[in-house]
Design a protein around this ligand. Structure first.
Ligand code: SF4
Length: 363
């Protein structure tokens, strides 16, 4: 089964650290964008019915009005069939734009999983990040989702933030765990040049972030959400099927500006220029691409290995990978970064935070 990703590149305002393809203050462009998505989706009618998961991400998909959400689901229906029939369908939301009405609408549209951005519990930290929603907004949105019947909620948390102590971080996580989410994603702050944080010279704090990751792994495991991927933790049966498909090098179609696809051995990504994307899609012209490449041979095997090693379960090695990466694997085993059990290679749990050192071997 393939995954279907749909990108909604609109946000109410831009967070200080944000390097994602999204823009603020362009709500007047959303309707055109949805028309473009419908056109792009119709070009893939040959894949109708082949999707097992749907992920509507952004940006801030919850920024869409009820009428716009209806348009979006109508555009996707020819590809997905009834959303309720999919194994997993995730919708990304930010608390400030998710109320009880929208939660009920998402539920009745058949979505079965919501990813809600928390980032930190302390309002002072949220303000520093440039977030609109404060912790009371998160609580309100979370309760609205539960009241609407969502039994699978994921929350995003960040670590290594400027001015964030280990105690701040563990408090954020403990308060979040009090709410009993099914899934938690944890990201260390990365500072990119083209962001307000980059311009202001905000520094990353890798050592502090590593200590927070370690504390989180213990807390989450004790709470019944063991880690299943470098940055992701879930209750049994609640790991993200959509993302596992990426890490298993499965096929996926991405619709929208900046969306990436992997189909028939080819990787490509649409232009991140929302206006150029919408113009091309609506007029039926070819959508400009950021890149298009076909991986083969060693590159595709290296990618399979690196993606698979992101999972705590590791990757079962096939003969071609064993032969091709014999030396690299031997070096990593000798350095104590990975372990082998039968044919399964995995990064040691206490080395996951330095997984880049492992991946460098295969590039
Ligand atoms: S809400 Fe998400 S996508 Fe939008 S600006 Fe903030 S971090 Fe970026």
């Amino acid at each position: 089964m393939r995954g279907l990703y749909v990108h909604i590149p609109f946000c109410r305002s831009k967070c200080g650290y944000c390097d994602f393809a999204s823009a603020a203050g362009q709500e007047d462009r959303i309707d055109d964008y949805l028309a473009a998505l419908a056109r792009e989706a119709s070009a893939y009618s040959g894949l109708a019915g082949s999707f097992g998961t749907l992920y509507i991400g952004g940006g801030t998909p919850s920024l869409l009005s009820a009428a716009q959400l209806e348009k979006l689901f109508a555009a996707l229906a020819p590809l997905t069939g009834p959303v309720a029939g999919l194994a997993e369908s995730t919708f990304e939301a930010n608390p400030e734009s998710l109320d009880a009405h929208k939660a009920a609408l998402l539920k009745s549209a058949g979505l079965n999983r919501i990813s809600l951005g928390l980032q930190a519990w302390q309002d002072a930290l949220l303000k520093k990040l440039g977030r609109i929603a404060m912790n009371s907004d998160f609580l309100k949105a979370y309760r609205a989702l539960r009241a609407a019947g969502f039994a699978n909620i994921s929350a995003d948390l960040m670590c290594g933030l400027p001015g964030q102590s280990l105690a701040d971080f563990t408090l954020s996580l403990e308060r979040l765990l009090d709410l009993k989410p099914e899934h938690v994603s944890l990201y260390a702050l990365e500072v990119h040049e083209n962001t307000p944080f980059g311009a202001a010279g905000v520094k990353e704090a890798p050592e502090e972030a590593a200590a927070m990751y370690e504390a989180a792994a213990g807390l989450l495991k004790r709470a019944g959400l063991p880690r299943y991927e470098i940055s992701n933790f879930a209750r049994p049966g609640r790991a993200s099927a959509h993302n596992l498909n990426y890490w298993d090098q499965g096929e996926y179609l991405g619709l929208g500006a900046a969306a990436a696809s992997y189909l028939g051995g080819e990787r490509r990504a649409n232009t991140a220029d929302t206006a150029a994307y919408a113009r091309a899609a609506i007029s039926g012209a070819e959508i400009p691409l950021q890149y298009r490449e076909t991986l083969s041979g060693r590159a595709i095997r290296a990618e399979k290995l690196m993606l698979g090693l992101r999972k705590t379960a590791g990757i079962e090695l096939q003969d071609d990978i064993i032969i091709e990466f014999k030396e690299e694997t031997r070096r990593l085993l000798a350095a104590g970064l990975v372990e082998m059990n039968g044919r399964t290679l995995r990064i040691k749990e206490d080395r996951l935070y330095v997984s880049n050192a492992v991946f460098r071997e295969f590039v």
